[in-house]
Design a protein around this ligand. Structure first.
Ligand code: C2E
Ligand code: MG
Ligand code: MG
Length: 422
């Protein structure tokens, strides 16, 4: 297996090579170069042994941050993953993470620690602020299962770099804003189906730009652009209002549907947003109980206090809260326990590979397990085949959404689609 420091050449990116590599969770670390920074010698050798058992290509060790930093400088081959303890003599884990950030080290990070949750939470926020991609934390004593899970996330992030770096938009900001002002943006709706019964439970509203010359334009071309310029607001208001009004009409026509709308996490930093969202929806005659707000987990939570206040208030008003693209973000676990989510949406990358890859399947199953424990609805996105559907149903997933069921469609097409489906 050729190895290279270049991410785009790492095995595990696409297709067969990746399938082979992670065909078994036992080999999930195949090809990876890993560094373990840990002062406790026994713990350190345990972790090194586990990582080697998981198939790591080479595992280096250091007894504190300074030694670890030294190794990252000396080694020609950059590390894929760095595992670090926090509480170490000499340079501790926090200083080490800061130095990694300053040196723009591209490795993914795993924090292993016996420190309490709150402290780990803040270390996570700190890592993000230093630009370090944190796969998650591992509580001591480390287990191979937890390592396998975090390493699966590493592959996933590598496989989906667009989740972190958006392609440049083919449009100028002004064009997009003019299109929004001109009411050219409409929601398309994609059905969410209850796996146990096959019933249509709701639809997700996905923004589409009916461009006067280019036809229907997809979100990649405008969402990030708007977010980067702090201009996502107008689109959100428009989507909320249109989706709420549409859902009310469907309900009046006898379809028992809920509607999901995507919210930008950046907007949640504004303490006034919960009331504005509520007003927008109620204004259209829809009870917030019939709307789910989907939020993608993200590091860009600058104003955590305000975000939590908004989410709690929205929940209080009756909105469902969904954590979108679960598994690709930075701190799946911690976020879930802090926020009153009602739904967990498992990212399509795990769903798409779950039938063939043990590693993705592991992420899928642990996500389902967690949503059961938290007593929230699990939704799998990106169900593309009958096989996906069967697996999801057998694993006890609540709802599924994906091309196998239907592609996003215009509002007008929804009632007829439901009649045919049911
Ligand atoms: P998302 O919220 O995770 O939405 C699911 C995306 O997966 C949609 O892409 C949908 O078309 C696509 N999808 C659904 N089923 C399948 C499948 O079986 N296979 C595959 N390969 N893809 C599937 P879309 O519509 O291009 O939206 C992309 C993202 O843009 C959304 O991801 C969401 O994060 C964002 N977005 C869309 N509308 C809005 C909006 O009104 N506001 C905000 N803030 N973000 C939006
Ligand atoms: Mg969504
Ligand atoms: Mg998603």
């Amino acid at each position: 297996m050729p190895m290279s420091s270049n991410n785009s050449e790492l095995p595990g990116l696409e297709g067969d090579a990746r399938d082979d590599l992670v065909a078994e969770a036992g080999d999930v670390a195949a090809g990876l170069t890993i560094l373990v920074a840990e002062d406790h010698e026994f713990q350190r050798s345990m972790m090194v042994a586990m990582l080697e058992d998981l198939g790591a290509r080479s595992v280096h060790e250091a007894e504190d941050g300074a030694a670890a930093l030294e190794i990252t400088r000396e080694l020609e081959q950059p590390f894929d993953i760095i595992v670090t303890d926090i509480d170490m003599p000499g340079m501790d884990g926090m200083a080490f993470i800061r130095r990694l950030g300053e040196a723009k080290v591209a490795a993914s990070l795993i924090v292993s620690s016996s420190l309490d949750r709150a402290l780990l939470d803040s270390i996570e926020t700190m890592s993000a602020a230093y630009g370090i991609r944190l796969l998650g934390t591992i509580e001591k004593p480390a287990s191979p299962e937890r390592f396998a899970e975090l390493i699966a996330t590493h592959w996933q992030m590598r496989a989906n770099p667009e989740k972190q770096r958006a392609p440049a938009s083919p449009f100028a900001l002004d064009e997009v804003l003019a299109g929004i002002a001109n009411d050219e943006f409409v929601p398309f709706y994609q059905p969410k189906i209850e796996l146990r019964t096959g019933r249509v439970r709701g639809v997700e509203a996905l923004a589409r730009w009916r461009h006067p010359r280019r036809g229907v334009v997809l979100p990649y071309a405008f969402i990030q652009l708007l977010e980067q310029h702090d201009q996502i607001g107008e689109l959100t208001w428009s989507m909320l209002a249109q989706a709420a009004a549409q859902c009310r009409r469907w309900r009046e026509a006898g379809f028992d549907l809920d509607v999901s709308v995507n919210l930008s996490v950046a907007q949640l930093g504004d303490p006034a947003i919960a009331d504005a969202v509520t007003w927008q929806v109620v204004q259209q005659g829809l009870d917030p109980r019939h709307m789910v707000l989907e939020i993608t987990e993200s590091v860009a939570m600058s104003n955590v206090g305000a975000v939590l206040e908004n989410l709690a208030r929205l929940r209080m008003k009756g909105f469902g809260l969904s954590i979108d693209d679960y598994g690709t973000g930075y701190s799946s676990m911690q976020q879930l326990t802090r926020v009153p989510f009602t739904e967990l949406k498992i990212d399509q990358s795990f769903v798409a590979h779950a039938t063939r890859q043990q590693a993705s399947r592991l992420v899928l199953e642990s996500s389902l397990d967690m949503s059961r424990k938290l007593n929230i609805t699990s939704v799998a996105e990106g169900a593309e085949t009958q096989e996906d559907w069967n697996l999801l149903r057998d694993c006890g997933c609540d709802l599924a959404q994906g091309f196998f069921i239907a592609r996003p469609m215009e509002a007008e097409a929804v009632p007829e689609w439901i009649r045919q489906w049911e």
